[in-house]
Design a binder for this molecule. Structure first.
Ligand SMILES: [Cu+2]
Length: 181
């Protein structure tokens, strides 16, 4: 292995490792667009948000993206009782009046969101979700996680790094051909 190959392999690792770390970060924090194409509105089918929620699994750190036009709708987190009766007199935390808005899920358990404008909630603009514990604990949580094992090729290698390793091998072969025997 000549100097050039060593330099290339270092370069490849410097690309692969941050990439893998960014993949893990993305998986820990997913963005869910509430109601997808429907957005956050008075739905034609009052079970729209119920069925949307049942098709997804939510975890701490995930983001709910409520797509709505400011003044036409809002997002109010409420208790289960308020969700059922569509009352917004005791909101939990911030009332989001400006749309669209991204709400980060920061605790486990049931979360209830309604729109408090007009009769929208009664018409089905209400969302109930269950939030599971995060797969990766937030960095602020105590106690701190155990130190990672020493970096090795084995820990770097994962299915998602296969394309990168393939490209690295290709560069190796290419350089060997260029340099000759
Ligand atoms: Cu509304």
């Amino acid at each position: 292995m000549n100097m050039m190959n060593i330099m290339v392999s270092c370069l490849c690792l410097s690309v692969v490792v941050p990439f893998l770390m960014s993949v893990q970060y993305t998986e820990a924090q997913r963005v869910f667009v509430v109601g997808e194409g429907t957005g956050w509105t008075t739905p034609q089918d009052s079970s729209t948000y119920q069925s949307w929620a049942s098709n997804n699994t939510f975890a701490v750190g995930d983001i709910l993206s409520f797509n709505f036009q400011t003044t036409r709708h809002n997002v109010v987190e409420v208790s289960e009782e308020s969700y059922t009766s569509c009352t917004s007199t005791n909101p939990i935390g911030t009332v989001y009046n400006t749309g669209p808005v991204n709400v980060t899920l920061n605790r486990t358990g049931q979360h209830y969101y309604i729109c408090s404008i007009g009769q929208h909630c009664t018409s089905g603009q209400k969302l109930a979700i269950n939030v599971l514990a995060s797969a990766l604990p937030p960095s602020t949580a105590a106690p701190p996680p155990p130190p990672p094992p020493p970096m090795s090729l084995a820990s770097t290698f994962s299915p998602s790094s296969i394309p990168f390793l393939f490209i690295c091998s290709f560069i190796f072969v290419f350089l060997d051909i260029m340099h000759g025997p």
